[in-house]
Ligand binder design. Structure first.
Ligand code: DQA
Length: 144
């Protein structure tokens, strides 16, 4: 069986496609999932792709990644990236490598986006590449 990679998406990412397309592009989350499914197959990986608007659910899913022995987690925690010590603690607790993903590059945006608690625990990051960044992050997982 192919190793599984959790792909976890946080708040407001369910609105991709219509949400500020000048920043996030016109791909929907379903488009990204379909693209990533193809990429995963070509890399011999399986993905478990999810989205929630709730911080605690992201924490629970990180715990689940450990429980099921996921190979890695791609995490776009959206705004919780910049606020959530709970997510940082979860990342540190699970012992599963987490790669931080963002469609935009938060470092080039408002100052409140410059801090990343997720980044303090992640092994790597992909930012500012739009939807394609998820594929780049999956390639990084294949090399782990
Ligand atoms: C985001 C960047 C975050 O700052 C923002 O809150 C998001 C999306 C991105 O993918 O570019 O919701 O994570």
């Amino acid at each position: 069986m192919s190793p599984t990679v959790f792909v976890l998406n946080g708040p407001n990412l369910n609105l991709l496609g219509t949400r500020e397309p000048e920043i996030y592009g016109s791909d929907t989350l379903a488009d990204i999932e379909a693209m990533l499914e193809e990429k995963a197959k070509s890399l011999g990986l399986a993905i478990d792709f999810r989205q929630t608007n709730r911080e605690g659910v992201l924490v629970d899913w990180l715990h689940e990644a450990r429980k099921v022995g996921a190979k890695a987690v791609l995490l776009n925690a959206a705004a919780y990236t910049h606020t959530s010590i709970a997510l940082l603690d979860a990342i540190k607790a699970i012992g599963v490598p987490v790669i931080e993903v963002h469609l935009s590059d938060p470092a080039k945006r408002e100052e409140f986006r410059h801090i990343s608690y997720v980044g303090m625990g992640a092994v790597d990051e992909v930012k500012g590449l739009g939807a394609h960044g998820y594929a780049v992050a999956l390639e990084k997982v294949a090399r782990l």
